[in-house]
Design a protein around this ligand. Sequence first.
Ligand SMILES: Nc1ncnc2c1ncn2[C@@H]1O[C@H](COP(=O)(O)OP(=O)(O)OP(=O)(O)O)[C@@H](O)[C@H]1O
Length: 489
Amino acid sequence: MPQVTNAKRSKLDLRFLRRFCHILKILFPRLCSRSALMFLTLLGITLLVQLVIYQVGLIPSQFYQVLADKNHDRFKRLVTFAVLLILINAMLKSLDQYVCGLLYVNWRKSLTEELHRAYFHGRVYYTLNVLRQDIDNPDQRIGQDVERLCKEMSSIASKLVISPFTVAYYTYQCFSSTGWIGVGSIFAYFLIGTVINKMLIGPIVPTLMEQEKLEGDFRFKHMQVRVNAESAAFYRAGMVEHMRTDQRLQTLLKKQRSLINKELWLYIGVNTFDYLGSILSYIVIAIPIFAGVYNELTPGELSALISKNAFVCIYLINCFTQLIDLSTTVSDIAGYTHRIGELREVMDDISRKENDSDPPPGDEPQGNNQEVCSGLSDTAFVLDRLSFRSPYSEELLVKDLSLRISQGVHLLVVGNTGTGKTSLLRVLSRLWESSNGSVKMSTCFGPRGILFLPQKAYLTDGTLREQVIYPLKDIYPVLGMNSFLTNRR
Ligand SMILES: Nc1ncnc2c1ncn2[C@@H]1O[C@H](COP(=O)(O)OP(=O)(O)OP(=O)(O)O)[C@@H](O)[C@H]1O
């Protein structure tokens, strides 16, 4: 199987950016879409949170001053003000989490619906699940990977959206307090941290993608047992199914361990960066103090100033460390983006090929030669020197078959198992392409034309009525079926 875990495909590279931008276009279809409005609301709330946080951050320095002056009245007013700010902060942060939740649901809806549109278009779901082997677990990608991507993105949305503003504001504040040396050293520190983290994320993204594939394989095994529980029970196959399911679990756990091992280095990088950052803030503040810039201040004023400067420097470093802390989330997002991007690309490719080989809409289907369905007709199919083989095999199953299939004429196809009886129906219904010759379909698919009954009965969800009229959504206005092709032997 061509590996989707191909390292070339799964890095934080241009391909990732292209795929991510494509997903963003789906999440924000228009400038005034619901998601865009929610995003703007989030931006507003996060800006307010930052304003309040700034005020809260200045309170300790005011406490130093008030306590040094032993001013009782100002102390009481300051306590009331601090409690009020904390209450506002708590409310705004809760609102921020609430909007993030709504954004997540909205994004998941948009992305899943878009993937569904491509998946159920024409015969894409068949080709993807049965004939294409270059994409693993499409169901998991649509069901789980989309969910996780949207969750991770919404969890970092507010941090990312606010970071340009906070970085700009606290850079200015830090510059006013510590000058170029402070700001320069903090920026250099962030740059080094980013480069190291980018290097540490590198090996994680492909491993995460492999782990997601194995996760899908494991779930698929359980689904297989669930769907075929009765058949397995007739065989008394519990033991073998147990062994095979455990095997998939072991492979998955092995990959998870390897991922955790690789993540250890990233965690070490992130945590070292966090704690070194807190020391850096004091070094930055110490420089002007040792240089004698604040020599004329009283001890009380100096404590208040150190507290205020420490707050702005620590906050600027904190803005950067928060961005670096997002490394693990970014590596997850990159993995999911690649998996969803691959699925979209393969589905688009299948759709394009189907559109190229199918007749234009309105003209019902045909084989390779694109002849037009001419409505109701006595003849269903005309096969002219038709040859076909199974996918991935060079050996012809049927060679030069010429045949007319008409209404009222019974036709029995016989042959040993595996000789291509069902495959003939696959070619007639355009699930498989023919190798040579042509199939002319003179009537249409559906209750007024041709209906294929699959070899294995498919009972879908829904009422009995819905089962009977399947695959129609509603009863056809006038029932008139020209012909049925049944695959019963
Ligand atoms: N999805 C597939 N991908 C690749 N090869 C396939 C696929 N489905 C069937 N084949 C192969 O095509 C050949 C013909 O299979 P087909 O199902 O048409 O046989 P059949 O005559 O209908 O057999 P049976 O009577 O057992 O249903 C077989 O060798 C089978 O392995």
